[in-house]
Design a protein around this ligand. Structure first.
Ligand code: SF4
Length: 387
């Protein structure tokens, strides 16, 4: 059986790892040893799990895999804080993952955020997004989403650091790949598996209302970011052509329901595009929409992409922000990271229309590169994604 035919431990909940180990003839406590080897030690194959008896390792290898994503390319921003990885899945599918690091400041701890992709390409077609312009290839499995985080974790481990946050803001619409996204969240947050706190995870959606309501009922404490980009239906349908079925008012209602059920504040992502949605009149319309909801607005001056959209002048961004603040809306202007390496919001794509390379590491195989990735929001998503 090839690697692709056997299930990956990265896609298994701990209870399923228990079953796997029992099936392989091991005792239950061996599952805990295996999980620690996978997520704490970063093994790249069962043969590296030396805590386990040789016979058990061999039997496990017949039943399953520990297949890390293969690092094809690594690009690092000039300041060293953003790292974009081009990763190959076991079937050769290419996706991008971004690591964004934020030094300690203003009393905040330093953060190492991984921005993961949930799909290869994206079907949502947002006009300003490089990923959307690639089209849709396929959904990623939970194991492939977890493998991105594990890869980044390995890279950080080599420096004595660790992943502090994960944002589902990379390539693709997470709620259009709902089951695999939620499974990945549960694996990443299970104390027996990756063990990240639920509040350290944010899922970004371009506005799949049914998915938002399902997510609200999962009993999870993950953050929700909705890529709004426009305060009215006509403008939003221009920017997010697939938004058709969901009106802005339906999205606002879904955001309210999410807040009521989870107690988690919702963030609205707003890509500011020069001459399109950045006027003070539009800001006032946005303020009327959001005021009083308790939501946070994250303004993202759009990044250069193949869509030909321009970033507004700094004074226009500040004027837009001022209108929101004066109306009592909680808002920030996203600090863009990785723009020069095309790792920023809306810039992720895997084709050869490659970004400017500021620093490029030698492509590493699974053995050397385990570890990082991320940007807050893929095309929409944090610094890096495109929504
Ligand atoms: S912005 Fe997000 S949802 Fe829109 S096309 Fe890009 S990846 Fe897909």
């Amino acid at each position: 059986m090839s690697d692709a035919d056997r299930p990956s431990v990265y896609g298994m909940l701990p209870a399923e790892v228990d079953t796997l180990v029992l099936e392989a003839g091991g005792e239950r406590y061996r599952a805990d040893q295996l999980l620690r080897a996978v997520y704490r030690d970063g093994i790249r194959g069962f043969e590296e799990a030396r805590q386990l008896p040789a016979g058990l390792r061999e039997r496990l290898a017949e039943l399953a895999t520990v297949t890390p994503a293969r690092e094809v390319r690594r690009v690092v921003s000039e300041d060293g804080l953003t790292t974009k990885l081009l990763l190959a899945m076991t079937d050769g599918t290419l996706i991008e993952t971004v690591l964004m690091q934020y030094p300690a400041e203003g009393g905040r701890h330093p953060r190492s955020t991984v921005c993961v992709s949930t799909q290869a390409g994206c079907a949502m077609g947002c006009v300003f997004c490089a990923t959307g312009q690639m089209g849709f290839e396929r959904n990623l499995r939970a194991a492939e989403i977890v493998a991105q985080v594990v890869t980044v974790a390995g890279l950080l481990r080599d420096r004595g650091e660790h992943v502090t946050n994960v944002v589902f803001m990379g390539m693709g619409e997470p709620l259009a790949n709902y089951a695999e996204t939620i499974r990945a969240v549960r694996i990443l947050t299970d104390p027996r598996a990756f063990g990240l706190g639920q509040r350290h995870i944010t899922i970004s959606t371009v506005g799949v209302v049914r998915g938002i309501d399902r997510l609200a009922g999962e009993g999870l404490q993950v953050g929700l970011a909705i890529s709004l980009h426009a305060p009215n239906d006509a403008l939003r349908r221009r920017l997010v052509p697939t938004a058709g079925p969901h009106s802005v008012s339906e999205l606002m209602a879904a955001a309210r329901r999410y807040f009521v059920r989870t107690g988690r504040r919702v963030t609205f992502e707003y890509a500011l595009i020069a001459g399109v949605n950045d006027s003070e009149t539009t800001a006032r319309e946005l303020a009327r929409l959001v005021r009083g909801t308790g939501a946070h607005v994250n303004l993202i001056p759009v990044n250069p992409t193949a869509g030909g959209f321009a970033r507004p002048a700094r004074r226009q961004v500040l004027a837009f922000e001022r209108v929101l603040r004066e109306a009592g809306v909680n808002c920030t202007v996203r600090v863009e990271k990785g723009t020069e390496i095309s790792a920023a919001c809306g810039q992720l794509r895997t084709d050869a229309a490659a970004p400017v390379v500021i620093g490029e590491a030698e492509a590493r195989g699974p053995a050397s590169g385990r570890g990082p990735g991320a940007r807050p929001a893929g095309p929409s998503r944090a610094p890096s994604r495109s929504r």
